[in-house]
Design a protein around this ligand. Sequence first.
Ligand SMILES: [Zn+2]
Length: 254
Amino acid sequence: MLQALTRFFRPRRDLAQLELAFSGGTPHNADELLERLRQLGLRRITCCRLTRNRNVMVSFAGGTLRVHEGYLAAPESVLRAIVTFVEGRTRADRREAQRAIVAFPVRSPRPASRRERTHPDDVEMAAQLTGWHARYNARHFDGGLKPIEIRVSRRMKTRLGHYTAATAGGEAAEIAISRAHVRRHGWPEALHTLLHEMVHQWQDETGHTIDHGATFRAKARAVGIAPYARRVLATRPGRGEGSTTLGRRAARKG
Ligand SMILES: [Zn+2]
């Protein structure tokens, strides 16, 4: 009986191995990943680069695709989602793909960089911003956003503020506002930036992609702020124009 069972199962296992070999197995570098994605239907991309930026999962512009190295270990369903993110015909398809990509917990071999802390002299400013977060939460979001302690950053120079989603590794979500921005542009502008980042928080907490797309623009208008990524719109399209990025951070720029 045992003999018969073994005989019965062996060919099936061989078949499974054959199937694995056919589908190419786990890619180990950018070229193998590109080959794998092309097998799954990727057409318009000719160059693939691996990145280590923990805030960006997938991004493409022209024929170049940038993918966080953690996706080398992703299962086929997630790799198919990357293909749909690039090639998808309908917005609904692409959105479903985005969810699948973001849901995959990316592991980076590099340790997480230590987050900047609010400078002791900026604690008062941070406390005021945190107070405004609570007020705006009640006024514009029915109190539905999670309470967040706002950080004041002395490192941010071109960015005015950002929202960063929590990581699978246990790093909490955060909103940071540039100290230079508060000092240079004043409180009304800084509060505008805070509300902008709160719209990203709302996107994150309600399962939307964190970006400046249609959902962002509609909610930004609803809470009464400018629906743009930039405070001052450039008269010419910037260099970043035409690139599509899927990440866990969005920033407002000056
Ligand atoms: Zn933004």
